[in-house]
Design a protein around this ligand. Structure first.
Ligand code: HEC
Ligand code: HEC
Ligand code: HEC
Ligand code: HEC
Ligand code: HEC
Ligand code: HEC
Ligand code: HEC
Ligand code: HEC
Length: 500
């Protein structure tokens, strides 16, 4: 809340006061001090119901809840513990929950029915739906995290002795400070009561979403450490964007996006449109913002649980060592920019593929032309306008046969056979027309007449769409065939994947 007050904000406050007086003409008179007391988000809801109802769905307000409130969110309690001995639950909205006992210290051990104590198993992980260890067995681990988790936090003045419990929340010695409200409520961002200030800077969000020093991104155990959205953003191509360029802070998850990748990167968005992966529901963020950052228990060596804000993907061999040699930081280039490696970008889905294969397929990802594959073999046509005519295509990476069944100028059935070798998304074929012996037992292959017809050049944009340019030679033109280009599309579903 570092922003200086402006006249316009002051005017807004006056307006708000007037609105309050109109809303509650008989209400109790407020002393000047009360104007700037914490009043709770429900109070703001009276006048800002839209902000309040969307904010309710975010994790901000749920960061510190009572045991009973957490049960209402269907969070489990550590074994052997009940709401009688748990005062507060920390988090449990997005990634993980930790628990404070009746004295305000972290719960660090659990108990079975027979009273046997097990150290750890005290952190609930939402991603894996399992318990794991947080400072297992450590007794008297205090809660001193309130600056980022609560509203109106005041730090404990005598944390070492705790002789005076008036600066410990509810007099619980394990909570090393007091707060006005649990969680990141409206007033954590807008100031208490009638303050109603707005701070739109990234530095403000960074007071909670960063680690010191901000110009480095910390790592541990092969993952980026969580709570570093600001640090990451500085190493990204979007370092000059603010958090609220992309996020509406009153909304949660995907719904919080003011702008999507597609809004600013239409070239990549349109080249990605219609690809197999797009059709399978793979989104920009799945590759560019993979869960490389770890809050709770990781899901696999290549997938933790918090989306990274590094955005760039490194496709070169030297980008694949994403962390410094000691594993403590994310590596950056001479311009201070970082890259996520293909293991994080791709292996959450392509766990079976080698890093080399992924690097090759990631390189120039948005500039790859379509390549003809065996999976395109099948029946194709030129749409209902040319119903009754068709193509049988037999495609492989190095060979391509096209059989067109059509009609000659006199309306007799004609078969054109094209053969060629694909080059990327194109194949040029030389075409023959076959005429020959009569149907039946007297069939003699020597009587088949193969006459050069001309060329047919195919260009495909996907496994299901393409065009063919037909060019008959002079002799065939004399027989009434004309040059033309038609759009082809696949008539039948293939059982074979297009990528095969
Ligand atoms: C009695 C009605 C009322 C209550 C209660 C109220 N506000 Fe407001 N608020 C207003 C009015 C009126 C304005 C000025 C018009 C506007 O910008 O919508 C305003 C403006 C604001 C602004 C914009 C200020 C600016 O500079 O643009 C913020 C932020 C804000 N309120 C937050 C809060 C928060 C947080 C609470 C609860 C702690 C709260 N308000 C409670 C009526 C109220
Ligand atoms: C995490 C910080 C944060 C929290 C929590 C938060 N806000 Fe805001 N709010 C902002 C920021 C930043 C802006 C300015 C950018 C924007 O509008 O998105 C803003 C803008 C506003 C505005 C003025 C916007 C406008 O459209 O004129 C109002 C009113 C407001 N907030 C009310 C609330 C209320 C009520 C709550 C609680 C229910 C709340 N905010 C919770 C950060 C927050
Ligand atoms: C007072 C500390 C604090 C401030 C200031 C703050 N945040 Fe947060 N933010 C948190 C905490 C703590 C969480 C984790 C809440 C949870 O999910 O339990 C969080 C979660 C989030 C989330 C993910 C949760 C969700 O529901 O989508 C987003 C997005 C976010 N913050 C954006 C912002 C932006 C943008 C700003 C600045 C306008 C901001 N935050 C300011 C503490 C803060
Ligand atoms: C500098 C601010 C800051 C401090 C200090 C801090 N946190 Fe957080 N914490 C955050 C933010 C921001 C998030 C959400 C974003 C993220 O994890 O990347 C978060 C997330 C969490 C979550 C997961 C929330 C959820 O809904 O899943 C837990 C649990 C948590 N913190 C516990 C702690 C504990 C325990 C401490 C103290 C030992 C602590 N934090 C200190 C800012 C902070
Ligand atoms: C508000 C607009 C905006 C949004 C939203 C946005 N970007 Fe960007 N992005 C930019 C701009 C501008 C640059 C160029 C920055 C520069 O080069 O200084 C950029 C650069 C990039 C780059 C690096 C480009 C390069 O040539 O190396 C990548 C990768 C990228 N963005 C991915 C994404 C993804 C993925 C999303 C969605 C999660 C996204 N962007 C959302 C504006 C945006
Ligand atoms: C270029 C756009 C962009 C910018 C700038 C940006 N974010 Fe995000 N952020 C996203 C997108 C996209 C997501 C993923 C939303 C989704 O699909 O759930 C996200 C997710 C998050 C999450 C939740 C992570 C998770 O695992 O779900 C937090 C917390 C967050 N952002 C905080 C911030 C903060 C704080 C800043 C500023 C320091 C910031 N973001 C800047 C685009 C952006
Ligand atoms: C969120 C999951 C997901 C992620 C992340 C992902 N993929 Fe895929 N990918 C898929 C699926 C699903 C398919 C199969 C599509 C089909 O055949 O229907 C696929 C198919 C492919 C194919 C065959 C494509 C084709 O058009 O025939 C290639 C090549 C590929 N992925 C490369 C990558 C690379 C490189 C990355 C990382 C930069 C990556 N993928 C990240 C899910 C993913
Ligand atoms: C399957 C993974 C994957 C998906 C999905 C994906 N990208 Fe990319 N993108 C990449 C890879 C890999 C690179 C790096 C290519 C290189 O450096 O050679 C890249 C590069 C970029 C760049 C940098 C400029 C460029 O063209 O190389 C931008 C911008 C970008 N992507 C935006 C997007 C947007 C927007 C979306 C969603 C519409 C998207 N990407 C979807 C993998 C993906």
């Amino acid at each position: 809340m570092a922003e200086p007050r402006t006249l316009s904000q002051f005017q807004h406050r006056l307006l708000a006061t007037a609105a309050l007086l109109l809303a509650f003409p008989m209400g109790p008179a407020l002393a000047a001090d009360d104007f700037f007391d914490y009043k709770g988000s429900a109070w703001c809801a009276d006048c800002h119901i839209d902000k309040y109802s969307s904010w309710l769905g975010t994790g901000h307000g749920k960061m510190v809840t009572t045991c009973e409130e957490s049960l209402a969110r269907s969070l489990p309690l550590p074994a052997g513990h009940t709401c009688d001995d748990i005062s507060y639950v920390i988090g449990g909205h997005g990634w993980k929950a930790r628990y404070l006992d009746e004295n305000g210290y972290f719960v660090t051990s659990v108990q079975d029915r027979n009273g046997n104590v097990t150290e750890g198993m005290n952190q609930w992980n939402l991603g894996t739906e399992r318990w794991s260890d947080y400072h297992a067995g450590e007794e008297g681990k205090p809660y001193d995290c309130g600056a980022c988790h609560t509203t109106g936090w005041k730090a404990d003045k005598d944390p070492d002795t705790d002789g005076d419990l008036s600066d410990n929340q509810d007099g619980r010695p394990g909570i090393h400070g007091t707060f006005a409200l649990g969680g990141v409520q409206c007033e954590a961002c807008h100031g208490p009561g009638y303050t109603m200030e707005v701070d739109e800077t990234t530095a403000f969000c960074a007071t909670c979403h960063s680690r010191e020093p901000a110009n480095k991104v910390q790592a541990s155990d092969g993952y980026v450490r969580h709570q570093q959205q600001y640090n990451e953003l500085l190493t990204s191509p979007h370092s000059r964007r603010t958090c609220i360029t992309c996020h509406n802070p009153h909304e949660s998850g995907e719904g919080s996006l003011n702008r999507t990748c597609q809004d600013c990167h239409s070239t990549q968005a349109s080249s990605y449109e219609g690809t197999k992966m797009q059709a399978a529901g793979v989104d920009c963020v799945d590759c560019h913002m993979p869960r490389a950052s770890k809050s709770g228990e990781p899901i696999s060596p290549n997938e933790a649980d918090v989306r990274t804000h590094i955005f760039r993907i490194g496709t070169a061999a030297e980008d694949q060592d994403m962390f410094t040699e000691d594993g403590a930081f994310v590596r950056v280039d001479d311009n201070g920019k970082a890259r996520v490696n293909v293991d994080f970008a791709c292996k959450s889905c392509h766990g079976g593929q080698s890093t080399d294969w992924l690097m090759a397929n990631a390189t120039d990802f948005h500039n790859q032309e379509f390549k003809i594959t065996g999976g395109m073999s099948g029946t194709w046509w030129a749409g209902s306008d040319r119903d009754g005519e068709g193509w049988l295509l037999d495609a492989a990476a190095n060979a391509f046969v096209a059989a067109m069944f059509t009609y000659d100028a006199a309306g007799n059935q004609a078969w054109l056979l094209g053969v060629g070798a694909p080059e990327g998304d194109m194949v040029a074929t030389s075409v023959e027309i076959t005429e020959g012996p009569a149907f039946g037992s007297g069939f003699d292959p020597n009587d088949v007449v193969r006459t050069p017809w001309g060329t047919a050049n195919f260009l495909f944009v996907s496994c299901t769409e393409g065009t063919v340019e037909l060019q008959p030679n002079a002799e065939m033109q004399a027989r009434g065939f004309e040059a033309m280009t038609v759009n082809l599309s696949r008539l039948t579903e293939s059982a074979v994947s297009c990528s095969d």
